[in-house]
Write a protein that binds this ligand. Structure first.
Ligand SMILES: Cc1cc2nc3c(=O)[nH]c(=O)nc-3n(C[C@H](O)[C@H](O)[C@H](O)COP(=O)(O)O)c2cc1C
Length: 387
């Protein structure tokens, strides 16, 4: 349990006091209740849902209603919304609050996916200052006592930065924290996050916490980001793929004394056990063993990065359709194989190359939304994406 109410916790997001200033980054297709529960078993902090589209929520789409459901062990319950329309976003926030379905709501303004930015959504949206202000103001008002935060990128590209304006607008609108993935949409996931932008945002936004995000692969990176930027907490995404115990390392490095368990010895046996637990939680989440075992496949390469697990075994794990089959495969491995060091560390997950962002025609010419743009944006709702 990561929340405590102490006199001066390391991070306070509205009424939520976290004894470790660490947030699991929302990741579509990854941070479902199964993965969040697993991460929480190792560490402390705030664990955000994958992105939920506001229109689907307002329409009570069955899959969406399932995605916003938390396990009873998940406290505080945190949900990220993606919206492009002020009224729909407000209605989605109201639904969560009135039905007591969340203790924290985050708004996603960081999605760089072309099909989203092409319509003015995601990371393209904060360029339109009034629209951004309208969405955040109405959402924050509808949230009432439930803290609302925004997560954004630096901007569209290096010539069209939005994060300082957006941070100040969000602060004025009454958000409880702002988080910055320190890349532009054009950078996608390439190169290195520009942590100096997090420091600049921390100077611009002074009344609520500023959370830094981008390229934290280890607890040392998190300590360094906080020291170099002065940010109030860190948001960790790809670094925990295949290593949910990173949240234990982060709690030991950044949390209050006693808030973390002992250091882990990441032998192959330890990693296999975490993988097995993840698969089991996915089976529980989907209420379908085959589906859970299919979903764990995308995690195989991340868990076993650097470990002596051959291509054949990886391929078998990536086609296993039952927990018993996973157990049979594991029985063939030498579980005493030690932690391989550097080979298991570093970058994982999305990378990619810079791309010129797709935008609506003449989007950059003005920071106001005209009528044509307004209807284009209305079509920018999506099924799922990323940030
Ligand atoms: C597979 C994947 C899915 C993502 N989905 C979302 C999302 O739903 N919402 C969001 O705000 N960001 C999303 N992101 C972006 C992350 O939250 C985070 O900002 C980004 O990965 C940078 O942090 P990192 O370097 O710690 O990974 C996604 C990233 C990845 C890799």
């Amino acid at each position: 349990m990561s929340t405590v109410l102490s006199a001066s916790p390391p991070l306070r997001i509205g009424p939520i006091a976290l004894d470790t200033p660490v947030v699991l980054a929302p990741m579509a297709g990854i941070t479902n209740t199964a993965f969040r529960r697993l991460c929480r078993e190792y560490g402390a902090g705030l664990y955000v849902s994958e992105m939920i589209t506001t229109r689907a929520l307002v329409e009570r789409n069955a899959t969406t209603m399932r995605l916003i459901t938390h396990h009873e062990s998940e406290k505080p319950r945190s949900i990220q919304l993606y919206g492009v329309d002020p009224a729909t976003t407000e209605a989605a926030v109201r639904l969560l609050v009135e039905e007591d379905r969340a203790d924290h709501i985050d708004l996603n303004f960081g999605c760089p996916v072309p099909k989203v930015t092409r319509k003015g959504g995601g990371a393209a949206l904060p360029w339109k200052l009034d629209l951004f202000r309208d969405i955040v103001t109405r959402a924050a008002r509808a949230a009432g006592d439930v803290p609302l935060t925004v997560k954004m990128r630096k901007g569209i590209d290096s010539d069209h930065l939005t994060y300082l304006d957006a941070g100040r607008i969000a602060e004025d609108a009454g958000v409880s924290a702002v988080a910055l993935h320190a890349r532009t949409a054009a950078e996608f996931y390439s190169g290195h996050a520009d942590w100096s932008a997090i420091a600049a945002l921390k100077e611009a936004v002074t009344s609520v916490p500023v959370l830094g995000n981008g390229d934290i692969w280890s607890a040392d990176d998190a300590v360094r980001m906080m020291a170099e930027t002065g940010c109030d907490g860190v948001v960790v995404g790809r670094g925990c793929l295949g290593r949910p115990w990173l949240f234990g390392d982060l709690a030991r490095a950044l949390g209050e004394p006693g808030s973390a368990g002992p250091e882990v010895d990441a032998t192959l046996g330890f990693v296999a056990q975490a993988f097995r637990r993840h698969a089991e939680l996915l089976v529980e989440f989907f209420e379908d063993e085959g589906r859970g075992c299919r979903d764990i496949r995308k995690h195989v390469a991340w868990y076993f990065k650097g470990y002596p697990v051959g291509g054949d075994t990886r391929a078998r794990l990536a086609t296993a359709s039952s927990l018993a089959e996973i157990d049979e495969i594991f029985a063939t491995l030498d579980m005493s194989a030690p932690y391989p060091g550097a080979a298991a560390e570093g970058q994982r997950g999305r990378a990619g190359t810079p791309k010129r962002p797709a935008l609506p025609d003449r989007w950059l010419e003005s920071r106001d939304v005209d009528a044509a743009e307004s209807s284009a944006i209305a079509a920018a709702e999506i099924e799922n994406s990323g940030g």
